[in-house]
Design a protein around this ligand. Structure first.
Ligand SMILES: *Cc1c(COP(=O)(O)O)cnc(C)c1O
Length: 379
């Protein structure tokens, strides 16, 4: 089946008890059993819920995986992956990634004896040089948040497969519509479903997708043992969001392209970070592993003062100043003080994330209106 059909139908079959075409919100904590140990496959809702089950089937299908698992947030999904590890294990990860992932790694998992090697995962020689006998996991985010750097997923997968190390890709920024890491050799895909999958800024949720039944078994065990499961209402919302993912992503990409070119030509803009530009350092890799370039981009002004950036950040009307991304409405964000404030300043600057970088999550409004809004904010 082609993508659009999968997004509409994956995981959803008419409800067996009523024929309801939409998967009902099974708002229940437990299930009545006919006799001790005799049940319909559902015992207790931390372990199984029919709404969640439908969504998990959809998760698997949209990432071309065999299995999907839903979590109470994106970081809860990441947390579950980290629980596959043991004290003394090492993780190789990117030095330009979501601030909350960095916080989880550095503030929580370092305390449990996991060690992290931060490298530029866009450079395969740096990744190759970082392996040690203790390396158990490589964590890749591509495109990165917020600098839009690209990592060659198939290239990293070749390195991890040769060493029998697990590769997990945070595919939140691209969405499954633009990129499918399992097809490129990743072992696990992670999503903040809060973003493009939900798509309407009304739910917090995370997802993991995988092919290997043994990895699925371990992660399912962690899901029910640690208990970071999403409620059925949230599962319903994401299931509904997925049905229009392809339509929304097409418009996100169109609008992102229009705004990237508009900003690049603007006399007050110094630099635009968007992987669709042919002179983007990793454009060739992006072209190869992505179907289009998405609606995320960031930029810097020629005026390098914090006041100039703050003026733009507080002057837009259609772009709302807020954290998060991937919703139908456009957002503007200041990574240094908002989404990436949990990364120490020296580390941010060393990774190229300036105090004045402005990030946009371009929504699905009319591109002309969005450009007009940026024009007045920049003017
Ligand atoms: C938002 C985000 C996360 C965390 O997801 P939550 O749903 O907020 O917990 C992880 N990775 C990326 C790239 C994100 O944008």
């Amino acid at each position: 089946m082609k993508t659009a059909t999968v997004y509409i139908h994956a995981g959803t079959t008419p409800d067996p008890s009523t024929g309801a075409i939409m998967t009902p919100i099974y708002q229940t904590s437990t299930y009545v059993q006919e006799a001790p140990g005799v049940n319909k496959g559902f015992e207790y809702a931390r372990s199984q819920n029919p709404t969640r089950q439908a969504l998990e089937e959809a998760y698997a299908a949209i990432e071309h995986g065999a299995f999907g698992l839903a979590f109470g947030s994106g970081v809860a999904a990441t947390d579950a992956v980290m629980k596959l590890l043991n004290p003394g294990d090492e993780v190789i990860c990117g030095n330009d990634m979501y601030g909350g992932t960095y916080r989880l790694f550095s503030k929580i998992y370092e305390r449990f004896g996991i060690r992290f090697q931060y490298v530029d995962t866009g450079d395969l020689t740096q990744v190759a040089a970082a392996f040690s006998p203790a390396t158990k996991l490589v964590w890749v985010e591509t495109p990165t948040n917020p600098l839009m750097n690209i990592t060659d997923i198939a290239g990293v997968a070749a390195l991890t497969k040769a060493r029998k190390v697990m590769l997990c890709v945070d595919n939140t920024f691209a969405s499954p519509y633009l990129q499918n890491p399992l097809d490129l050799g990743a072992d696990i895909v992670m999503h903040s479903a809060t973003k493009y999958l939900g798509g309407h800024s009304d739910v917090i949720q995370g997802a993991l997708m995988m092919n290997d039944p043994a990895i699925r078994e371990q992660l399912y065990f962690i899901q029910k043992s640690s208990g970071a499961v999403p409620g059925p209402m949230d599962c319903f919302l994401v299931l509904r969001g997925i049905k229009t993912l392809h339509l929304r992503m097409q418009r996100h990409c169109e609008n992102g392209r229009a705004i990237a070119h508009y900003l690049r030509a603007h006399p007050k803009v110094a630099r635009v970070y968007w992987c669709g530009f042919e002179d983007h350092p990793h454009h060739a890799v992006a072209r190869q592993q992505m179907r289009d370039f998405g609606g995320m981009l960031s930029f810097e002004l020629k005026d390098e003062s914090l006041e100039a950036a703050k003026k733009v950040l507080s002057s837009t009307h259609l772009f709302s100043l807020a954290e998060s991304l991937g919703g139908v409405e456009s957002l503007i964000n200041h990574p240094a003080s908002m989404t990436h404030a949990s990364i120490p300043r020296e580390k941010r600057l060393a990774n190229g994330l300036s105090d004045t970088l402005i990030r946009l999550s371009v929504g699905v409004e009319d591109a002309d209106d969005l450009i007009q809004d940026l024009a007045q904010a920049l003017g």
